[in-house]
Design a protein around this ligand. Sequence first.
Ligand SMILES: *Cc1c(COP(=O)(O)O)cnc(C)c1O
Length: 399
Amino acid sequence: MSDAFDTIRAEEERLLCRSYSRYPLAIVRGEGARLWDADGREYVDLLAGIAVAGLGHCNPEVNAALEAQARKLWHVSNLFYQEEQLELARRLLSTTHHGKAFFCNSGAEANEACIKLARRYMRKVQRRDAFEIITLSGCFHGRTLGTLAATGRESLSDGFTPLPEGFRQVPARDLDALAAAMTPATAAVLLECVQGEGGIVPLPADYLRGVEALCRERGVLLLCDEVQCGMGRTGRFWAFQHAGLTPDAISVAKSLANGLPMGAMLATDEAARGFEPGSHATTFGGGALTSAVAAKVVEILLRDDIPARAARLGAALMDRLRALQARLPEKIREVRGAGLMIGVELAVDGKPVWEELIRRGFICNLCHGMTLRLLPPLTIPEVDLDSFAVTLEDILAGR
Ligand SMILES: *Cc1c(COP(=O)(O)O)cnc(C)c1O
């Protein structure tokens, strides 16, 4: 690598906690679905900051909303009423059956809000001592102590125990296991309709409807983690809408403010009765600046029907990748996903393929060493997806 890159890497070693393993790239500029590194090389971005820059980097309309709000008001805290929060809530709630929003700053916090709401709803509204949260194998819900307990992956909690109690995990796609795990102490089931960090694993619609039916039968809340799969990514505004679910609450974050830290919990009016003034709070949540930006993001998603675009481009790309799989079955094991949330599970070691993609100017993520994870901006030009498919074929065919 170059001098510019080596200098940055040496400075980081000296200055930052070593909690990340980085890609060998220092990114200095972005525009739409393009990124540039410290040496001036250009890349097609098929990762969007891990499903965050849904409307592309430095989107001009979002920038304009940011600049206008930056001159008006940034932050006054949740001690005050703020029209920016209401405008965001109106727009977000227009996309779903939920009636109430709570704003926070990240995906983990949005899940914490869902978990806290479910427990408090059971205790204070239902007057039942139900507190347990059931999650599914392969899930990812965040890195706070509570959401680590929900995620239930030992490699992530190594050295951090004890974790909070009251979480239990069952195998995904197994309704009998879920039914057996539910007890009078169960407050909620928390799941991702399309598991993201798990390697882009869409859960079957009939399984998801079975989970919801079990929840209704047993008086258990259904919580959907839409942090990665929400906001139009899968081709509907929310991933739960593909299966026709009506979750009691959902968590939202990643692309909500296109790169500013922002999270939300959306809940039905009934479930939202679990909170009352003082029961949950965050200093930064729903600040005027982030709310104004997020409101613009939701406006654009709806105005331009971006979810439909994600559905169309994603279906076309998945067709191409499946045709590639048919030509090279010894190289590609499976292509799966929904909309522009796509996993290409390789039948060969993924690292050299992923590294060669970067050398040829395409940035994506490698999950578990074998699945190329594609989460491009939903506004990505179709030609960039075409050239990715051509390049991937060249690499896999040894050209
Ligand atoms: C990224 C992610 C989270 C955690 O979000 P943070 O903003 O990193 O706290 C939670 N759930 C899912 C599904 C995610 O993809």
